[in-house]
Design a protein around this ligand. Structure first.
Ligand SMILES: [Zn+2]
Length: 361
């Protein structure tokens, strides 16, 4: 069956335009037009260890967007010029971040004085200072500095809008406290993510009364062929059946892997199986089918079929596993090209006997 031609946005995997992919493309084009000259590489700003709101504030300051009283006047907004905290100096970027008495006290109590001293000697503007700090090696202290700037600006706004003022010393403590709290949450989340990612390094039998089907694709560029293989086992790891196929042409990895999955699903459905864990080592296939929207990429026809079968069979569960736990299917797919273009095995094929026996233990 041939799918109708349709428009595909090639700069994303699902074939649909997204603002993000459009922006990326545009930035690549403009960079090329500018001869690759990047006056300032601000990417380091986003790598410092600080909450996004603090990084965002630094970015706003470096882009000249902080609404200080001096800047507001430049934009013809009528407002007083003096710093609302000290009422002694005009309020500009430098004064907010460094010059005001409250800012220097806060710097001291946050424990940043020593860290900032060498930067202060060299920088002639807050923008330069931020750039130097973020490009430096200490991403943690850079993060603490960002948090401090956020606390200072937040306090300034509290003075202006809520008539609430904290002294400089407290602001420094507050910045350190908030930053340390943020860091510990990050570490906790990182640990949790790491645990979740820990997958078994060998093949696991399915739960009682469940079947497991491993699927894989093979890509044989030199033969101009794409192959697939899958193997079904019961809850004791015993062989039930396997199948292989190959076709002419070099499919993309996503197409090949999803074709392998589709082929297996069709047979499982035909055989009337109801509880099956289907394992693939292709993360992009699992991601693609878990996106419910239709998509219009080259492989959306295959993924659409896969989704339909999964919808009709709620106990067909597709899971991603590491390649080393998918060796049976991998071997079948590799060997497929040396057999006729389509094979079904009701008895255990020799090429996978040792692997399968080993995995039953
Ligand atoms: Zn001031």
């Amino acid at each position: 069956m041939v799918a109708e031609d349709s428009l595909v946005w090639i700069d994303s995997t699902h074939g649909e335009y997204s603002v993000k992919s459009g922006y990326k493309l545009l930035m690549n084009v403009t960079r090329k037009i500018n001869g690759g000259s990047q006056q300032d590489d601000w990417s380091s700003l986003w790598k410092i260890c600080a909450p996004p709101k603090a990084k965002h504030l630094l970015w706003r300051i470096s882009k000249g967007c902080l609404a200080t009283r001096m800047r507001l006047q430049e934009k013809r907004v009528s407002c007083p010029l003096l710093c609302p905290l000290c009422n002694l100096h005009n309020e500009d970027d430098w004064h907010v971040v460094l010059g005001c008495d409250a800012s220097s006290q806060a710097r001291l109590s946050a424990g940043l004085d020593q860290f900032l001293a060498p930067f202060l000697l060299q920088a002639s503007s807050v923008k330069e200072l931020i750039f130097a700090i973020c490009s430096g090696t200490d991403k943690e202290l850079a993060g603490l500095f960002a948090m401090l700037v956020w606390v200072l600006w937040n306090n300034r706004n509290n003075v202006v809008w809520n008539e609430l003022q904290d002294n400089g010393r407290n602001l420094g403590f507050k910045a350190r406290h908030m930053w340390e709290e943020w860091i510990s949450v990050q570490q906790l989340q990182h640990g949790a993510r790491k645990n979740a990612q820990q997958q078994p390094i060998r093949w696991q039998k399915p739960d009682q009364n469940w079947y497991k089907c491993n699927v894989d694709a093979g890509f044989h560029k030199e033969l101009n062929k794409t192959s697939l293989g899958w193997c079904l086992r019961d809850d004791r790891g015993r062989f039930i059946m396997a199948a292989t196929a190959w076709m002419e042409g070099n499919c993309s990895i996503l197409e090949g892997e999803s074709l392998a999955l589709l082929e297996a699903l069709k047979v499982l459905e035909q055989r009337g199986l109801t509880h099956v864990i289907i394992e693939t080592d292709s993360k992009s296939v699992v991601d693609a089918i878990s996106h419910l929207r239709g998509g219009s990429s080259e492989f959306s026809f295959i993924s659409c079929n896969i989704k339909n079968i999964l919808l009709c069979n709620p106990n067909f569960k597709v899971k991603f596993i590491k390649r080393q736990t998918n060796m049976v299917a991998h071997t079948l797919a590799r060997t497929a090209v040396s057999w006729s273009y389509r094979c079904t095995f009701e008895t255990l094929p020799h090429c996978i006997t040792p692997i399968l026996n080993n995995e039953m233990i």
